[in-house]
Design a binder for this molecule. Structure first.
Ligand code: GLC
Length: 599
């Protein structure tokens, strides 16, 4: 039963109240045993549970974690445009949280992909706030349906990794509302996340962890958020200001330093204890809710086998067929060569705080061996060093001669993208392209399997017959790629971000990666810019091919005028005109063509 928070607050000493407002370790809140206030465990996320075996120091991303299912990261999940899938993955993640004793899963990340170069794009959903918000709502409802909390992050405008702990996102009000806060608003209002994680950066000059306009005026007062705000790990600059602004929990532990600052501020009359009481009330309400839910599911055992199947399905659903002249799907009896070390070292996830210990990672080669498939493999290049040598190139060239088809694994490696840094360009590892060029001299029947957590240069696209963009696949990537290449699954994913022809075409290219990040492009992010500017792109937002074809017909609407607050019904037929089953993501884009403001 829910404790009497008012009574507890009256009984808590000032020092205990202050202690509650920061963690006791890297991942746990401070218990107040005297009054029966438990500790809860917060853990990354977002695409798998990273519960450390030993409590490490400050968010040590390399500390050993308990194995858990590694689902495809947000970039792939969002490319499925499949709400039900996001919900199912959320629920599965929560089940593993219950078994691993994690009460709050630190995700989803819904920051908007302002630039294709952001090192954490793999952890975010889209360049479009509607899609990001819709997928986040489902993910959150899936996780919280099991009584596990989420932490919607990183609030807000954390659109770059460059100097993320000191940079200031300088954004006009319209872009802030329509683009950078919109997905958070949708998720808060509809899915009611237990927690929101404030970001490291400043927003228009004020650190998010001390930003009253963000954390109180907008998040709580306007949107009705009734959970608690946790800082990103190490994001606190002025703890007392954070209490005033609405930031409940500092993580990781500050070893009592900021607790003492809070006590001192109250004693000196600089912080009203009633404000501290508000933060404590919001915090213990979530702590007790999580604790109660955990108790109700004590001893829960997750079905990891079912989760692996779901990870395989999600990876296939999130893959985007960018180009195909008919070479795909391959015939299972085809005589194929597989080229590229990424076929053996499949990128299942990105690097940084989200990196978990997968239960069982299967690369494409692993899976081919598992099913006893016939193939020839050539390493071609070294993933780690981006180097190649004549022996590897000659071996690759030899391997493709006379083959029906070449499956060439191409893509960004961990050295090219990660949390904590951004890329400087869209280029792929040079060694890989060198091998591709050599392979094409001996066999033109090349299908590229593209991997990586964000857009890359696709200037090779006119030289190859197909490009299957599998992004980051989660642990069952080998099976999923097989399912897609050989047609057991018909690709249905759509890009949730634009692949530009060159990074200079991106409107913020000149203003990205500055400490004072001027969002001069305002609302013109991603396709909103490219469409408005009539700028050609390599592959547009919403693009994705299928092994079948679909025809749209008989478009109807129930009116031709739309006033503010009104809806419009749009109806049409979608017919599968091909020779195999397939799924289609229907998209309707709306624009005010007579707008009085610049759209
Ligand atoms: C990191 C990340 C955040 C993560 C947290 C805990 O720095 O920004 O997403 O949840 O610290 O690891």
């Amino acid at each position: 039963m829910q404790p009497d928070c008012e009574k507890l607050i009256k009984e808590l000493t000032l020092e205990e109240k202050a202690a509650l407002c920061s963690g006791i370790t890297s991942w746990q809140t401070t218990p107040i045993k005297r009054l029966g206030i438990p500790s809860i465990y917060l853990s990354d996320g977002p695409h798998g549970v990273r519960r450390e075996k030993q409590l490490s120091g400050f968010g040590n991303v390399f500390a050993e974690a308990y194995p858990a299912t590694c689902f495809p990261p947000a970039v792939t999940l969002a490319s499925s445009w499949n709400r039900g899938l996001a919900r199912a993955v959320g629920q599965a993640l929560a089940e593993e949280c219950l078994e691993l004793k994690v009460e709050v899963l630190l995700g989803p990340g819904v920051n908007i992909k302002r630039s294709p170069l952001c090192g954490r794009n793999f952890e975010y959903m889209s360049e479009d706030p509607f899609l990001a918000g819709e997928m986040a709502v489902e993910y959150i409802e899936g996780v919280q349906s099991e009584g596990v909390g989420v932490s919607l992050k990183h609030f807000a405008a954390n659109s770059q990794e460059f100097r993320r702990m000191t940079s200031s996102s300088e954004i006009d009000e319209r872009a802030l509302r329509e683009i950078y806060l919109s997905a958070f608003e949708r998720a808060v209002k509809r899915a009611k996340p237990y927690t929101v994680m404030c970001s490291y950066n400043r927003v228009n000059g004020t650190y998010a962890a001390e930003n009253k306009r963000l954390l109180k005026d907008i998040l709580r007062d306007e949107w009705g958020f009734d959970g608690m705000v946790v800082s990103d790990w190490g994001a606190v600059t002025d703890r007392v200001e954070g209490i005033r602004a609405g930031m409940n929990l500092q993580m990781p532990t500050a070893n009592g330093v900021t607790d003492r600052e809070i006590v001192k501020a109250v004693k000196e009359g600089k912080l009203d204890e009633a404000v501290l009481d508000e933060r404590v009330r919001e915090l213990i309400d979530v702590i007790f809710k999580c604790h109660r839910n955990k108790q109700a599911k004590k001893g829960y055992k997750a079905d990891f086998e079912a989760h692996r199947k779901l990870a395989r399905h999600a990876a296939a659903e999130g893959a985007v067929l960018l180009k195909n002249d008919g070479i795909l799907p391959l015939d299972k009896s085809a005589n194929i060569a597989v080229v590229g070390e990424l076929a053996k070292k499949l990128r299942s996830q990105g690097s940084g705080s989200s990196r978990l210990s997968p239960l069982k990672e299967t690369s494409f080669i692993d899976y081919l061996d598992e099913i006893g498939a016939d193939y020839v493999y050539a390493k071609g290049y070294d993933c780690l060093t981006d180097e190649t040598d004549d022996r590897l190139i000659n071996e690759a060239a030899e391997s493709v001669k006379g083959k029906d088809a070449v499956v060439f694994f191409l893509g960004l490696t961990d050295a090219f993208e990660s949390e904590a840094f951004d890329r400087k360009d869209l280029f792929l590892p040079r060694a890989q392209l060198k091998v591709l060029a050599e392979v094409l001299r001996y066999n033109l029947n090349v299908a590229v399997v593209l991997t990586g957590g964000s857009p890359s240069d696709t200037s090779y696209s006119d030289k190859v017959r197909a490009i299957l963009n599998v992004y980051l696949t989660g642990e069952a990537g080998g099976e999923a790629v097989y399912d897609l290449l050989f047609g057991d699954v018909n690709p249905s994913g759509k890009l949730a971000e634009t692949f530009p022809l060159k990074v200079e075409d991106n409107p913020m290219y000149k203003f990205f990666d500055n400490e004072i990040a001027e969002y001069r492009e305002s609302v013109f992010v991603g396709y909103r810019y490219y469409e408005t500017a009539g700028k050609a792109v390599a592959f547009p937002f919403g693009h994705g091919l299928s092994y079948t074809s679909f025809e749209y017909s008989e478009l109807q609407t129930d009116g031709n005028k739309l006033s503010e607050g009104e809806g419009l019904k749009v109806a049409f037929n979608v017919t599968n005109t091909g020779d195999r089953a397939g799924a289609e993501v229907v998209q309707v884009y709306v624009k005010d063509t007579e707008s009085t403001i610049f759209v």
